[in-house]
Design a protein around this ligand. Structure first.
Ligand code: GLU
Length: 234
């Protein structure tokens, strides 16, 4: 969504955020072939000397599947329990898939406070930097099990943007099951047009973005625009 497009390999440090709908199928669980393909791409980037950080959603979606919870909205404590179950499975899946390419994964679970409060921010940043230094790939998610309604990101788009600014990444990629911003939510408006490039985030652009379109997701296009603002502002 940025105006300038440079080849991926010309970047030094990339944060890749992966949405729940890409990783988890509501019925069958983890989409392991897709995960393996992403891990192969990550390995190729790392082989070129690029630092890669992953912000992975999917804990709640995985937990829902493992626990066989009914569809529909979950109460906060239900989604926290689902996240507790799902995060273990998610982290294991990343670790196993990356290990096929000889890469070690390190799990980082952050809360809003960890990215806002100076001492905790510095600690989290130091740990992430150390992981990168030893060649590991940080797999980051919000610590959904302890975050309460008032003090949480709730969506990984903005979390990924904060991680990108925190680690001085020079590229933030938000992978989703939609190819980008449309002039209106395309599942609601058949005339919606795809915008290949958004040179600046204006109030008109913000008005085009809708919320989450599936129960698997938290954010939607609105939080992706917010993430774009955080990242470009930094
Ligand atoms: N942290 C949530 C999870 O792992 C995802 C939030 C989001 O969908 O952006 O389930």
């Amino acid at each position: 969504m940025t105006a300038t497009r440079k080849p991926l390999a010309s970047h030094r440090r990339i944060v890749i955020k992966i949405g729940s709908a890409l990783l988890v199928d509501r019925k069958t669980g983890l989409k392991s072939q897709w995960l393996d393909a992403v891990c192969a791409d990550i390995a190729a980037l790392k082989a070129r000397g690029i630092d890669v950080l992953v912000v992975s959603s999917g804990a709640i979606a995985m937990g829902r599947t493992v626990l066989d919870l009914p569809s529909g909205a979950l109460k906060l404590e239900e989604s926290q329990a689902a996240a507790a179950v799902g995060q273990i499975a998610l982290a294991r899946a990343w670790s196993e898939s990356l290990s096929r390419d000889g890469i070690v994964a390190g799990q980082i679970l952050l809360t809003l406070g960890d990215t806002e409060e100076r001492r905790r921010y510095l600690n989290a940043r130091a740990t992430i930097n150390q992981l990168l230094k030893i060649g590991a790939v940080p797999i980051i998610n919000e610590n959904d099990t302890v975050a309460t309604t008032e003090i949480r990101y709730g969506d990984n788009d903005r979390l990924a943007a904060r991680v990108a600014t925190m680690t001085s990444a020079d590229l933030l990629v938000l992978l989703s099951d939609i190819d980008g911003l449309y002039t209106a939510p395309p599942h609601l408006d058949p005339d919606a047009k795809f915008l290949e490039t958004v040179p600046a985030i204006t109030p008109e652009i913000e008005a085009m973005a809708g919320g989450a379109a599936s129960e698997l997701s938290r954010g939607g296009m609105r939080t992706k625009i917010d993430a774009g603002k955080i990242a470009t502002g930094a």
